[in-house]
Structures are given as C-alpha cells and as structure tokens.
Write a protein that binds this ligand. Structure first.
Ligand code: B16
Ligand code: MG
Length: 217
C-alpha cells in the first residue's frame, strides 16, 4: 500500500511560476528581447541555469559562463524579493487540506523540488511543518527527469519507491517519478501529463481514499 506522498513545489503547492516569469521577463528586456508567458512554459520544473540557457536561446544570445552566472544571480535577486512577500493566501486550492489529510492518515510527506529557494517559500506560506523530509535544489546534483530528488526523498522517509506517490505539474517530473519506480499524479492537463497514473486539475480533487485506489493499478 501507499505509505508516502512526495510533492513538487512550484505548480503543485504554490504558484511561483508567475514570479519566475516576471523576473525572467525583466532580464530578457534588459538584454533587449521579449519573453512571453508562452515561452515561460518551457521553464517550468527546469533548473535555474537550464532556464537561463533556454531564455538566452530564445533571444539568440550566446554568453560565457561567468556572465551567465551573474545574470542568473540578478534574476534570482528579483525573484527572491517577490517570494519574501508571499503568505499562506498563495497556497494553491486544495493543497493544505490534502497535506492535512495525508498526515491524519499516517502517510509520510516529503518535498521534491528543483528550487534552491524552496525553504523561503515553505516558511513564508507556513507549509514547513507539514513535511517529514525536504529535498530541494540545494541538495541534489541532477535535475528532473533524473529521479534523484524523489529517490532521496523516499530514502529519507524510510519507505520503498513502490510505496510512494509523486505529485507533479511538469512532464519532466512525471518522468523522474517513473524512473524512480514510483506512481505519479499529474496536476494540470492530461494532454501534457498523460504518462501519470492519474491526472487532476488541482489537489482539491485528491483524497487519501483516491490515493489508495492508484496503488491497485
Ligand atoms: P530556483 P519545482 C522549479 O520548482 C520551477 O518550476 C522552475 O521554474 C525553477 O527554474 C526551478 O524550480 C529552480 O528554481 O531558481 O528557485 O532554484 O517545480 O521543482 O518546485
Ligand atoms: Mg513544478
């Protein structure tokens, strides 16, 4: 049976994509090109430096490593300024209730995020106490679709991969779950997340009962 739930952060528990977008857009404008919300979809779930590479390819700009590190840091400073103002009103619909439901039913809960800013976001939204383990971008060396973030989460919780369900909004995250040998629930559209065991529009559609149903497939 299912013993643990592993949650992605951006797009599953909170919507920080809008802040990432504003900060990347500002950087693009300073570099002299437009960056649309449609372009921003390509950055979801992707690490900071990989995101910058995608952004620069959209602008047709080639830069050396040192300049790229400097630009990534500037983007992050703008982003950080925005997330320090976050509060619990920015938790996505159904997320808090489902986290509580998990804990009340004795399930272990972990975070599996690519973000190096995860702790700031969890603390500002008051979500930190809901987690038994927190694996974020400061603790991993390989990005999703590599399974590292989830494998580490399961081992820290003391559960087996087949006892875990991963909640993800990004295709790369669903692939990471599969490579880790875990079941997955996609949050968003069945078109892009079709490989998940179940796809829901938001965590508002999830219950622990529904979770155990996934375990039988
Ligand atoms: P940072 P997740 C990801 O969070 C975001 O979806 C992605 O857009 C971002 O580039 C990445 O974190 C790194 O974030 O710059 O804060 O380290 O979806 O894995 O929770
Ligand atoms: Mg995400």
């Amino acid at each position: 049976s299912i013993k643990a739930c592993l949650f992605d952060l951006d797009g599953v528990l909170v919507d920080t994509a809008k802040y990432h977008y504003l900060a990347w857009k500002r950087l693009a404008e300073e570099l002299g090109f437009e960056f649309s919300e449609h372009d921003n979809e390509r950055l979801k779930g992707v690490s900071r430096m990989a995101s910058l590479d995608i952004l620069l390819s959209i602008g047709g700009i080639d830069l050396d490593k040192a300049t790229k590190l400097e630009l990534a840091e500037r983007k992050n400073n703008w982003y950080f300024e925005m997330i320090t103002k976050m509060d619990d009103s920015e938790i996505l619909p159904g997320a808090l209730d489902f986290l509580k439901d998990c804990r009340e039913n004795g399930l272990k809960v972990a975070l599996g995020s690519a973000s190096k800013n995860a702790m700031t976001i969890l603390n500002n939204t008051g979500l930190t106490p809901y987690f038994d383990a927190i694996i974020d971008g400061t603790r991993t060396t390989s990005a999703k679709p590599d399974p590292e973030v989830f494998t580490l989460g399961a081992s820290e919780l003391g559960v087996l991969p087949e006892q875990c369900v991963v909640f993800e909004d990004a295709e790369a995250g669903i692939e990471a779950a599969q490579r880790a040998g875990m079941r997955s629930v996609g949050i968003g559209s069945p078109i892009s997340l079709g490989k998940a065991n179940l796809v829901v529009a938001s965590l508002g559609e999830m219950t622990v009962t529904r979770l155990q149903e996934i375990a039988s497939v």
